[in-house]
Design a protein around this ligand. Structure first.
Ligand SMILES: [Zn+2]
Length: 68
């Protein structure tokens, strides 16, 4: 970010300007991550459930092929 005092660029992890020692404003972390929820469960949980359900089916389908 740029120093509000001298305009010098500072790395994001710096809290004080390396040039003029001015305290840098702390950048607000954007917590705009939408927690999409489906029937009370986050979407990733449904993905896990889907994989767990699909895996036995896929392994059954692939079983005869792999058995040859
Ligand atoms: Zn500065």
């Amino acid at each position: 970010m740029d120093c509000p005092n001298c305009g010098t660029w500072n790395p994001d992890d710096k809290h004080v300007c390396w040039r003029c020692q001015t305290d840098l404003p702390i950048p607000e972390p954007k917590k705009e991550r939408r927690n999409l929820k489906l029937f009370g469960l986050p979407v990733w949980a449904w993905v896990v459930v889907a994989i767990l359900l699909l895996f036995p089916m896929l392994s059954q389908c692939a079983g005869p092929l792999l058995g040859q």
